[in-house]
Design a protein around this ligand. Structure first.
Ligand code: ATP
Ligand code: MG
Length: 243
């Protein structure tokens, strides 16, 4: 997962771009690439990726439409799939990837924004009426469908601390920051669903380690506004790594 220097433009992306200029901006772990396309003042993003058995663009489109009532997320223009690949086209939302060179050079600001932005998202999305589940049982079942057997230690969670609508992939690159260092928007909501808030906090802290270096966990928790809970962090970090 990284910002690519260059990438081949798949025929499907060229077709979707309809002559707009095309620039690669992100490569995911499956080798899929997100492109920024532009014509005049119009900007969109085209994610074109090998089909992901964990989460589909249908899941993502459905969740973006639901979450848009309460938080800033991209509007979906089109999405689809063929045998091997899937794609989703969204209107650009303002903000810069939290792992862009600008923000990796200023980790303190970025990590604080990730913490407070995650808290704002958790506070804004209503658990009541949320049709999506990201609880431990559904994650274990999703992993099983992909042939992954989650060890027993990560199948039964500690008691719920606070049930929220989780992002589902609260890694730094899925957060866009505004110029002033606040969160502008969240992207990549394909796994969004109801779960304990520590299910998001654990990968958020892990991703700070990958993107900004070790030692930022307590800064993130302080910005989120919660005391460190080692038991729940250990559980949800383990579950994240196993699934
Ligand atoms: N509508 C949008 N507006 C602004 N930036 C966007 C938009 N959609 C995608 N991006 C940018 O493209 C990047 C990749 O998009 P996205 O996270 O959906 O792809 P992904 O392949 O699912 O990522 P991951 O590597 O996390 O699995 C985002 O991190 C963000 O920087
Ligand atoms: Mg992403």
């Amino acid at each position: 997962m990284s910002i690519p220097d260059a990438a081949e433009i798949p025929a499907k992306v060229a077709e979707l771009a309809q002559g707009w200029s095309i620039e690669p901006v992100w490569r995911n772990k499956l080798g899929g690439v997100t492109f920024r396309i532009e014509r005049g003042t119009s900007v969109r993003f085209v994610k074109h990726t090998p089909r992901d058995p964990e989460v589909s663009v249908d899941d993502e489109a459905e969740r973006l439409a639901w979450a848009a009532r309460w938080i800033a997320v991209p509007r979906v223009v089109a999405h689809g799939a063929d045998g091997a690949h899937e794609w989703i086209v969204t209107e650009a939302v303002a903000g810069e990837n939290a792992v862009s060179p600008r923000w990796t050079a200023d980790p303190e600001t970025a990590v604080r924004a990730l913490g407070s932005g995650l808290r704002a998202m958790h506070d804004a999305l209503p658990v009541d009426g949320c049709p999506f589940d990201w609880g431990v049982a559904s994650r274990v079942a999703n992993a099983a469908e992909r042939g992954i057997e989650v060890p027993g230690a990560f199948r039964s969670a500690p008691p719920i601390d606070r049930l929220v609508v989780c992002h589902g992939d609260a890694c730094a690159p899925n957060t866009l920051l505004a110029d002033d260092g606040s969160v502008a928007a969240h992207v990549d909501l394909g796994a969004l669903g109801v779960a304990d808030r520590w299910a998001d906090l654990a990968p958020a802290i892990l991703s700070c380690g990958w993107n900004y270096g070790e030692g930022w966990g307590d800064t993130l928790l302080e910005a989120y506004g919660v005391e460190r809970d080692d038991e729940r962090l250990a559980f949800y970090t383990g579950l994240w790594n196993e699934t």
